[in-house]
Design a protein around this ligand. Structure first.
Ligand code: MLT
Length: 409
């Protein structure tokens, strides 16, 4: 009988979001008439914009002609998309990224999960706590950790607590680490690292030859002008950081799938002889071996969000979701909850009332108010006693959810 990868057996429980769905299904089976409002997983609800729809239709029509048909595309993405990204997502903010440094993919979840493969098995890593579970679980699967302790923290990972006192910002690691995952705007706390904070990380990474894996999947939700959208807005970041971006939440692509990763030419790691190796060559090799790229119609759809019409449509979606975030934040604050985030991110992070733990609050909220959110403890030990509500909902449902919560339950 084939031996399985024992590392998978270290994973404490099911992945967070399927566990939430499981509990929700149990509840709705027992209460089929309950009108459950879902503000749990950050999944978009607004339909595709016209610019994206038209571009994708046109691409399909093109593929149905002898001249326009395309088979395998470049694994890293078509030039038209990589050029549009470089110009619009970076050039427009004064950041120089070459299209060749951009690798299109089928999602930031996959990218942030897969990136660890190109680093050595004995690389040490640090994560914020609370944290997007994918960063941790994929390193567990790869065997970079020991067993979890009772609080779910794995031996071999450096956890950087993000608490109310620290403004939910992680402190620099006290021990040497090779890789550090940072996420800003942060999932789940909704806070954003200002420039000085990122500059501190870049300086530390360069001094310690560490690499920052910077998840900026939510950067389009930043509303305050002074905040950085990219780690490359910080001098020196090209030598020490990889950035992840996504079309999922901005263009409504959670089902369509398109994202990208940026690996600057200057970014180097070391091989076992301590020789420097460009990280991009390994990622490129991996991509070409394991991936045949995003479909042509999807890449044309992604390109369309940079057209004048597409940009307007994306902005309208973002404004809609951020108006939801404001409603949630203000409604909960009025109802006496302590809230964080929700200003530059589509997530509101709240303190559970009356000392309830995160899952107790989840169960009470579901059974009594019929509202689904995400328990903070699902993101790590420091998330215990907190809860995340997503702003990705239909306005009327969000209003109704907040009304139910405010009434008390
Ligand atoms: C979340 O709710 O945290 C996100 O939707 C998860 C994801 O993007 O994979």
């Amino acid at each position: 009988m084939a031996r399985v990868n024992d590392n998978y057996l270290k994973l404490a429980a099911g992945y967070l979001f399927p566990e939430i769905s499981r509990r929700m299904d149990v509840f709705t089976s027992a209460n089929p008439d309950a009108d459950v409002i879902k503000l749990g997983i950050g999944d978009v609800v607004l339909p595709l914009g016209d610019a994206v729809r038209t571009a994708m239709h046109d691409a399909i029509d093109e593929m149905a002609t002898a001249d326009g048909f395309r088979g395998y595309g470049p694994s890293e993405g078509y030039d038209f998309l990589r050029e549009a990204i470089a110009e619009n997502d970076f050039g427009s903010r004064g950041v120089k990224i070459d299209p060749s440094e951009i690798y299109a993919s089928d999602g930031s979840k996959c990218d942030s999960a897969n990136i660890q493969e190109i680093f050595a098995d004995d690389c040490s890593l640090a994560v914020s706590d609370p944290v997007y579970p994918v960063y941790v679980d994929t390193n567990v699967m790869a065997g970079r950790t020991g067993q979890p302790d009772e609080g779910g923290r794995y031996a071999g990972i450096t956890y950087l607590p993000c608490t109310e006192e620290s403004g939910f910002m992680p402190a620099l690691p006290e021990e040497p680490v090779d890789l550090v995952y940072l996420c800003s705007p942060n999932n789940p706390t909704g806070t954003v690292a200002p420039k000085e904070e990122l500059a501190k990380w870049v300086e530390w990474a360069r001094a310690n030859e560490a690499i920052i894996l910077f998840d900026a999947a939510y950067e389009r939700f930043i509303t305050e002008d002074h905040l950085p959208h990219s780690i490359y807005e910080i001098d020196g970041a090209r030598e020490c950081a990889i950035e992840f971006r996504s079309f999922s939440k901005t263009a409504g692509f959670t089902g369509i799938r398109c994202a990208y990763i940026v690996i600057p030419e200057e970014l180097k790691g070391r091989d076992s002889n301590r020789e420097q190796v460009p990280v991009s060559t390994l990622w490129s090799r991996r991509t070409n071996t394991k991936f045949n790229g995003i479909s042509y119609p999807v890449q044309r759809g992604a390109e369309a969000i940079y057209s004048a019409e597409g940009a307007k449509e994306v902005q309208a979606n973002i404004d809609y979701y951020m108006a939801n975030a404001t409603l949630i934040k203000e409604g909960l604050s009025k109802a006496g909850f302590t809230t964080f985030g929700g200003v530059n991110a589509p997530y509101v992070w709240l303190k559970t009332p009356d000392g309830q733990d995160s899952w107790q609050f989840f169960d009470n909220l579901l059974s009594q108010a019929n509202v689904v959110g995400t328990p903070g403890s699902g993101f790590g030990a420091c998330g215990e006693g907190y809860f995340r509500l997503s702003a990705f909902g239909i306005r009327e449902k969000v209003e109704e959810a907040i009304e139910r919560i405010a009434k008390g339950f």
